[in-house]
Design a protein around this ligand. Structure first.
Ligand code: SF4
Length: 426
């Protein structure tokens, strides 16, 4: 049994909507997109919204929304259609299928033959208009035609120009306060019984490989609103921990947010941190909030890092890990990439030196190395994914790092290639 579910029972004349996370429940339960839709739709008196995951729930509604976090989830989308006897062909099914999430926002082409409409940008702007049009529809085709005019809705074959819906003021939006989790959770629920707190949308930094800055203006929730959300969210969900949801935690009042959480005796965790926003006071606050592991993403050696739009010197990472050690953090996760445009063996060797230097300063360093996947709508989107180059770079890394007895995790080049193919499908 999940808690706290929004207590609604179906009555004649009510509509139902299924919000579907095409992957395991332990990840999908924390997904902000799912939580937003679940809360938003259930706020309408004549609508009920159910959550469905790859491993739980049955699709029963005539209107459904899939949220895609990774391109590789596209396969799960087809699995779920098959499992629920829903035809892939849009013209052969009565259900209306919506899709949203970061990866379909960047490219709709891979799925456009199977999805009736895409929700692009801030869904809070779009969904109320969609629900109203659904209530007033004559048939599926007239519904699709009428919603194709909504900003942020892309109906393949009907919409001429793709536009993204964008809210100006996050404080004016309802917050997804109900965040159901099973009564008993396994270790796979990585955040534990936590309340997800979105403090801002968008990112002020300009990494050339990241689709984030190109899509959205940065918007911050006010401190006052954040405090209100914390109080209500903790009370409704009976949680003692808060996960701060933000791409880079550049919120101008980030310290005040953390101090407020501490004043309420709440544990918290923050995501990967940009060096520009860190100082000793912030690190101390994070430590007091109970976070054990810090995450950084140097990506590569300094010279290449500057070229890909992340203008942070190695020195800043050295200072960071030294400070983390001084403050007493037990672990740091550091993310790197191979297969970056123009990345040569010289760059890989410099990256190895950087890893060694970091490790010297902070021993419990977990190193994750990932193949770079050029994403659509980024400055590096045209870069070709080259398996041979990646394999050679991986070989060099393995040879050098194993020699130094430095462990690291290398993600699958094959999966990354599939991800690249799917994200660029036209
Ligand atoms: S800091 Fe993170 S979210 Fe922001 S642009 Fe860079 S990679 Fe993207």
């Amino acid at each position: 049994m999940d808690f706290p579910l929004i207590n609604k029972s179906w009555k004649k004349g009510m509509n139902t909507f299924d919000i579907i996370f095409p992957n395991k429940k332990f990840g999908g339960s924390y997904n902000l997109g799912v939580l937003i839709i679940y809360n938003l739709i259930n706020n309408f008196p004549n609508w009920i919204c159910n959550r469905i995951f790859l491993d739980e729930g049955k699709i029963t509604s005539k209107i459904l929304g899939f949220t895609f976090q990774y391109e590789l989830d596209y396969h799960n989308f087809f699995k779920l259609l098959e499992k629920n006897n829903i035809p892939k062909n849009k013209n052969e099914r009565e259900q209306i299928i919506l899709a949203g999430g970061p990866y379909v926002n960047a490219n709709q082409k891979a799925l456009q033959d199977y999805i009736d409409l895409f929700v692009l940008g801030d869904s809070e702007e779009i969904m109320p208009q969609l629900l109203k049009a659904y209530e007033e529809r004559k048939d599926k085709q007239s519904f699709l035609k009428s919603v194709s005019k909504i900003e942020g809705v892309f109906v393949p074959g009907i919409t001429k120009e793709v536009k993204y819906a964008c809210v100006e003021d996050l404080d004016k939006l309802p917050y997804p306060l109900y965040q159901p989790l099973p009564e008993k959770i396994s270790k796979e629920y990585v955040f534990g019984k936590a309340f997800i707190l979105e403090v801002e949308r968008g990112c002020p930094f300009r990494c050339k490989f990241c689709p984030m800055p190109l899509r959205r203006k940065v918007k911050h929730r006010s401190l006052e609103n954040i405090k209100k959300i914390i109080v209500e969210g903790i009370k409704i969900n009976k949680r003692k921990k808060v996960v701060i949801y933000t791409p880079s935690f550049a919120h101008p009042q980030r310290k005040e947010i953390l101090k407020y959480l501490l004043s309420k005796n709440l544990e918290f965790s923050v995501p990967s941190i940009r060096m520009e926003i860190v100082d000793k006071e912030l690190m101390n606050l994070i430590k007091k909030g109970g976070q054990k592991t810090l995450t950084i993403a140097p990506e590569c050696n300094e010279e290449l890092r500057f070229k890909i739009g992340k203008s942070i010197r190695d020195k800043a990472y050295f200072n960071f890990v030294e400070l983390a050690k001084e403050i007493g953090f037990p672990k740091i996760k550091a993310y790197f990439m191979i297969g970056i445009p123009e990345q040569t063996d010289k760059d890989i060797k410099e990256m190895i030196i950087l890893i060694k230097e970091l490790k010297k300063r902070f021993n419990n360093l977990y190193i994750s190395i990932n193949p770079f996947v050029p994403k659509p709508k980024t400055e590096l989107e045209k870069h070709e994914f080259n398996i041979k180059t990646l394999k050679n770079q991986a070989k060099l890394l393995k040879k050098e790092l194993y020699k130094e007895k430095i462990n690291f995790k290398l993600s699958s080049i094959k999966s990354a290639y599939k991800e690249w193919e799917l994200s660029h499908k036209s």
